[in-house]
Design a binder for this molecule. Structure first.
Ligand SMILES: *Cc1c(COP(=O)(O)O)cnc(C)c1O
Length: 434
């Protein structure tokens, strides 16, 4: 697979370059130069395959020139070692649970695949790969657990003090080994600014091999296509061939992967982009004007994005044809009050406890069903386990949340984080002491 920049289709790089650079110098995003299609026979028989088999098939169509089959299979088996079940709520509404990985959020798919691909491409005797991440919660946990124990890599995570949930903090601070956590006495933006300054620091770049591992990395997008194919396979087994996906969206990476899957031949009737009040994309689809805004804080804080970075990828997949995009993608946004209602309603109707991001996808699917009526199966994606966002829940629901086993072991581990003020020289000194 060759990749180009969304800003310059004449630029071509190989997969390894795109993985380590994350972003082309022209500040576009890497996309496959052409999108290969899966053969029809595979799609027609997809219900006969497991998640691992589907993941391998999809990945090999994209990456066969970049990674030999055996190595690719090993990467997939190691990275995607948990399930992504489609759970029926009634006869036509389903939830695709993407939170069964180690960090209890869908970002595990991307982070685990990326870490293994990076380790794979590291050459012998090269410097250790130093991953620097700023996190507001879910990204850090997925990256920490994704890189934990991966040889020749080291991860430094900056998170804002008091602004991540208890479980999120434990996921960042209890790993040891090659994972280091820094608690910054500031905001997420402060964390991000420190990381950015480090990336721009010539001295540090000479000493270390720095990489960002952030959400725009192409190696995070690719594994996210797997679960769309696998969800379709599960529904097909139940005789459902017409599927609508509702995707809780912030940076629009998840739904971009769904649309990539569609372009590779996955039959999907409609995608629904569900957002909180950070509604840049719903407004664009409504008015045709793309106007970013500063982000607003909401209950679904992993979706608090005013300028979704992956949206250019989506436009690129549709040759910048907004009309074509609008035929396939509908979008709805919801405020905090509605989100809370959605969480309550999911419990009242189905005894299902969903995190606020998931509840927004549910509400969007419901709105779509009222506006357009879907044919067979409406699937909303559940991007995180409810236990990661306990403080959003009303007390009577909060006490019903059952912690999965990943959480029990967290509490028994020692928590370790370096406390730091928002001060670049301190951060640089910390890195230099490695
Ligand atoms: C990151 C995240 C999202 C948003 O996903 P994007 O790919 O950025 O659109 C939604 N829900 C949860 C729980 C997340 O962690």
């Amino acid at each position: 697979m060759k990749l180009y920049s969304t800003n310059n289709h004449n630029l071509e790089v190989d997969f390894a370059t795109a993985v380590f650079n994350s972003m082309p110098l022209d500040k576009g995003l890497y996309m496959p130069s052409y999108v290969p299609e899966l053969d029809q026979e595979f799609i027609d028989n997809i219900d006969k395959f497991t998640l691992s088999q589907i993941a391998f098939k999809v990945a090999s169509v994209l990456l066969k020139e970049a990674i030999p089959s055996e190595d690719l299979q090993a990467i997939i088996d190691d990275a995607i070692n948990f399930e992504a079940p489609v759970v029926a709520l009634d006869n036509e509404m389903y939830v695709l649970e993407l939170f069964h990985g180690p960090s209890l959020a869908f970002k595990d798919f991307g982070a685990r695949f990326m870490s293994r691909v990076m380790a794979y491409f590291l050459k012998e005797n090269e410097k250790i790969l130093d991953v620097l991440v700023a996190t507001s919660g879910d990204t850090g946990g997925a990256v920490a657990l994704g890189f934990l124990g991966i040889p020749n890599t080291r991860v430094t995570i900056l998170y804002p003090k008091g602004k991540v949930s208890e479980i999120q903090e434990l996921q960042l601070c209890t790993n040891g080994q090659n994972i280091h956590a820094i608690e910054i006495d500031g905001t997420f933006d402060d964390c991000q600014a420190l990381v950015k300054q480090a990336f721009a620091d010539t001295e540090l770049n000479e000493k270390f091999r720095l990489t960002s591992a952030n959400s725009i990395n192409i190696s995070r997008l690719i594994p996210q296509t797997f679960y769309y194919f696998n969800a379709y396979a599960q529904l097909k087994r139940q005789g459902k061939n017409h599927v609508v996906f509702s995707v809780p969206s912030g940076n629009f990476g998840n739904i971009a992967a769904g649309l990539l899957a569609y372009k590779m031949g996955l039959p999907v009737e409609q995608f629904i982009a569900a957002t909180n009040v950070n509604d840049t994309v719903p407004r664009f689809l409504e008015t045709g004007v793309y106007e970013t805004k500063p982000s607003v804080q909401t209950y679904a804080n992993a979706m608090d994005v005013g300028a979704p970075s992956n949206f250019v990828r989506i436009m690129d997949l549709f040759q910048n044809d907004a009309q074509a995009l609008k035929k396939l993608v509908t979008s709805y946004s919801f405020n905090d009050e509605q989100t809370l209602q959605g969480m309550n309603e999911l419990y009242e109707r189905f005894q299902y406890i969903a995190c606020p991001h998931t509840a927004i996808a549910y509400l969007a699917l419901k709105s779509y069903a009222e506006d357009r009526k879907y044919e067979e199966a409406g699937v909303f994606l559940s991007t995180a386990h409810a236990c990661k966002f306990p403080d959003v829940f009303p007390a009577e629901l909060k006490e019903k949340i059952i912690n999965p086993e990943q959480v029990a072991s967290l509490h028994s581990k020692e928590k370790k984080a370096t406390k730091m003020a928002v001060n670049y020289p301190d951060f640089k000194e910390y890195l230099n002491s490695f």
